[in-house]
Ligand binder design. Structure first.
Ligand code: ZN
Length: 748
């Protein structure tokens, strides 16, 4: 007999080889040998989806011209698949192994996509006549791997899940292929050139960002009037806040008038009043640690602790996973399995030693009722779990980078919080009353730092001292009379800040919280349950597409602006379900039914065909060239001025900052927004990054202040200089040149 194990990716395959004791080289994706499963066991790793839906061209020559709208929409009667060139060698290798094997174990990721990856490989290798089983990987640690291959399960459920994923990919294809071509061509005919990718996830995410930014753009400042008061204990000031507060709004344009009338009604138009003590309380409050790390919350934790970008965190979490120290990184679940909880508990001393934690650590057993919050339901077959350290300890001998250790430290600390006592603080409240108005003052202090202590050294927590807590009961008794001096606090309502990239993902990000933007309660609750649009694995890609398709623009402060192209697409899909998270909710309902076996994949695909037809009709009836042109022109003007850092010296158009995504920022530049103008200055002059202040100065006054530390690569000398803009006949544009060299120091 022979057994073939199919992994989803090479690193997963290598972990299986290690777990099963098969020898391999560091980069091998296939290994053979004897294991406890079978004397001839083969482990092979795919590279995600090896087989893809074909491009429209595969359905006929008439689809070759992307601008030919006459042939659209395209609804294949049979979907065609391609094996992209770069996958063909690997695919034939796997097909060969499938042909030779008596038994296949599918060990791809534990979700619909993982099931579909294996299904398509086996389908196109004609392997369904073999005995097929399922194993579910979670951690790439040796023991976990052996356990998972000892508990093989039947494949039937996975194949139903594969059907759901296949229905999803075909439906996404129908929307993406047809509508992207339709809109890119229609808008090009209007002279509004762009790469208008339309899709369920990308268009809905764009719409959420537009809602956010429109709220900021339409924000109107209003005043807030709050009645506050000062009292006294032992010569120490006490500040009270009352429940008299009026906030201006579009409906309440004069909050001051209402505020004064409230004061009048209560007889508060004087400076000093007398109040009665209504209540004195002192409570100990407990806070339990948050659920375990997800990809999004680990991004945030690394940003907070070390200022890491998501790209860096993503890279390091993949490394720690591949090296077997951390569990699967692309997860939006913060819950773990009972057996994971058990091994964590056992290994606490090893983890503490690994991160060199020298403080006292007294393990705490969470009460069962509280522990439930962190554990996966035994019945749910959740694909992903929270990010925790695996059973393999990153000790001092481990061959890892400093960055890997930094992340491991953060992951261990966050994980061990669930073995620490709750954070406790005392909250003392003094409540005074006059007529119907209450005046409250509070004093809080730390009683037990509990689990927060673990996170202290990686991010500072506010540390209120217990000694400073005022015990009001020492000074007051119920119904005592207290003198207060009234005053009015005037503040203003503030707009929400612009979104940053980190706020788009999970960990409470915009995509995960899409349900908040859905009015229908049923759909909102589905979206909440499935954690919004996209999956933890695809959200990064959706955000990247939004940037690459030039729907959004990320400025130097990492703030997200919507481009004119983005606003235009948002407007054109304003009344369509394509731009609503509701479509994702509807599809999720369908996947569930398909995976349960009660619903055919064709039902979802047919519904999508109808939706695409409706969208084509809508374009025919609703398209308004004048309206579109006007809207685009106005939006572009606003956008250019909003993000401009100065005027182009050649054509007076706004100059904007352009990030160089392809080369990781190497050629970040300030470019003229007028497409016919060639003006550009790069952010770096030789090795030196020029500040935005100096770029602005260059545009306004043609020269910079003195810039130190410019190192010429031609002679390796460091010097200081004032730079200026000068016309280059060679490049036929203004360039940066040296106006005046200040000094020259020899390079040592
Ligand atoms: Zn220009």
């Amino acid at each position: 007999m022979s057994t073939l194990i199919i992994a989803e990716k090479p690193d997963q395959a290598r972990a299986y080889m290690d777990g099963l004791g098969l020898k391999h080289k560091p980069k091998d994706h296939v290994a053979k040998g004897q294991t406890f499963l079978d004397p001839t066991t083969t482990v092979i790793g795919a590279r995600g989806h090896l087989i893809e839906l074909s491009e429209p061209e595969a359905y006929g020559q008439q689809f070759k011209d992307r601008t030919n709208l006459k042939e659209l929409p395209l609804f294949p009667s049979k979907f065609l698949y391609d094996i992209p060139k770069e996958n063909s060698f690997l695919f034939s290798e796997i097909r060969n192994e499938i042909g030779k094997a008596d038994r296949i174990i599918v060990a791809t990721d534990k979700d619909n996509e993982g099931a579909a990856i294996a299904f398509n490989i086996i389908r196109f290798s004609n392997g369904f006549n073999k005995k097929i089983f399922r194993a579910y990987p979670s951690s790439l640690d040796k023991k976990a791997i052996q356990n998972q291959f000892r508990q093989l399960e039947p494949i039937a459920q996975s194949w139903r899940e594969a059907m759901a994923a296949i229905a999803r990919s075909r439906s996404d294809w129908l929307i993406g292929m047809n509508l992207s071509r339709l809109y890119t061509t229609k808008l090009a005919n209007e002279g509004i050139i762009g790469n208008y990718a339309i899709g369920r996830a990308i268009t809905a995410t764009l719409s959420l960002i537009c809602i956010w930014n429109a709220n900021i753009a339409n924000f109107k400042k209003h005043s807030i009037y709050t009645l506050k008061a000062m009292g006294e204990i032992d010569g120490q000031d006490l500040q009270f806040i009352s429940n008299i507060k009026t906030t201006g709004s579009d409906k309440l344009l004069n909050p001051k008038k209402e505020y004064i009338s409230l004061l009048k009604k209560n007889g508060f138009l004087k400076k000093q009043i007398q109040c009665r003590v209504a209540n004195i309380s002192s409570d100990i409050k407990e806070m339990y640690p948050p659920i375990l790390l997800t990809k999004g919350s680990l991004y945030k934790a690394m940003d907070k602790a070390y200022g890491w970008s998501q790209a860096k965190s993503k890279n390091i979490m993949q490394k720690n996973y591949e090296d077997g120290y951390q569990t699967y990184p692309r997860t939006d679940s913060g819950l773990i399995a009972k057996n994971q909880y058990e091994y964590l508990k056992k290994l606490i001393p090893n983890y503490l030693a690994a991160i060199h934690y020298t403080e006292k650590f007294i393990p705490y057993q969470l009460p069962d009722e509280k522990l439930k919050k962190y554990l996966l339901d035994i019945d749910t077959n959740a694909a992903h779990q929270g990010i925790i350290p695996s059973e393999k300890i990153m000790d001092d001998e481990a061959d890892v980078t400093e960055d890997q250790r930094k992340m491991y430290d953060v992951v261990v600390r966050h994980t061990l919080t669930i073995f620490q006592s709750p954070y406790k603080y005392v909250s003392n409240v003094l409540k005074l009353q006059s007529n119907d108005v209450t005046f409250i003052t509070r004093s809080t202090g730390l009683v037990d730092i509990g689990w927060k202590k673990l996170l202290l050294s990686i991010s500072k927590q506010p540390n209120e001292l217990l000694e400073k807590v005022i015990e009001y009961s020492k000074y007051f008794r119920k119904d005592d009379i207290v003198n207060l001096n009234l005053y009015t606090d005037i503040s203003e309502t503030k707009p929400l800040p612009l979104l940053k990239q980190i706020q788009i993902y999970d960990g409470g990000g915009l995509m995960e919280n899409a349900y908040k933007y859905v009015e229908n309660k049923t759909y909102a609750s589905i979206l909440k349950k499935v954690k919004g649009i996209g999956t933890s694995a695809t959200r990064d890609t959706i955000l990247e597409s939004l940037i690459n398709k030039k729907y959004i623009y990320v400025d130097k402060k990492d703030q997200i602006h919507v481009t004119p192209n983005g606003w235009l697409i948002n407007k054109l899909f304003n009344n369509s379900i394509i731009s609503s998270p509701v479509l994702t909710a509807k599809w999720e309902t369908a996947y569930k039914k398909i995976a349960e076996g009660g619903f055919s994949a064709d039902n979802l695909i047919n519904a999508t065909v109808k939706l695409v037809q409706k969208e084509f009709q809508r374009v025919q009836t609703d398209w308004n060239s004048i309206d579109i042109q006007e809207y685009y022109k106005n939006t572009k003007k606003k956008f250019d001025n909003q993000i401009s850092i100065g005027q182009c010296p050649q054509c007076n158009s706004p100059v904007i900052y352009c990030k160089d995504i392809k080369n990781k920022g190497k050629y970040n530049a300030f470019r003229c927004s007028n497409k016919e103008c060639n003006f550009v200055i790069f952010e770096r002059y030789w090795n030196k990054k020029i500040s935005e202040k100096n770029i602005k100065r260059l545009l306004n006054r043609q020269y910079t202040t003195q810039i130190n530390g410019i190192k010429s690569t031609s002679d390796n000398k460091t010097y200081s200089a004032i730079l200026e803009l000068r016309y280059s006949p060679e490049k036929k544009r203004q360039i940066i040149a040296i106006k005046k060299k200040i000094n020259t120091k020899d390079h040592l």
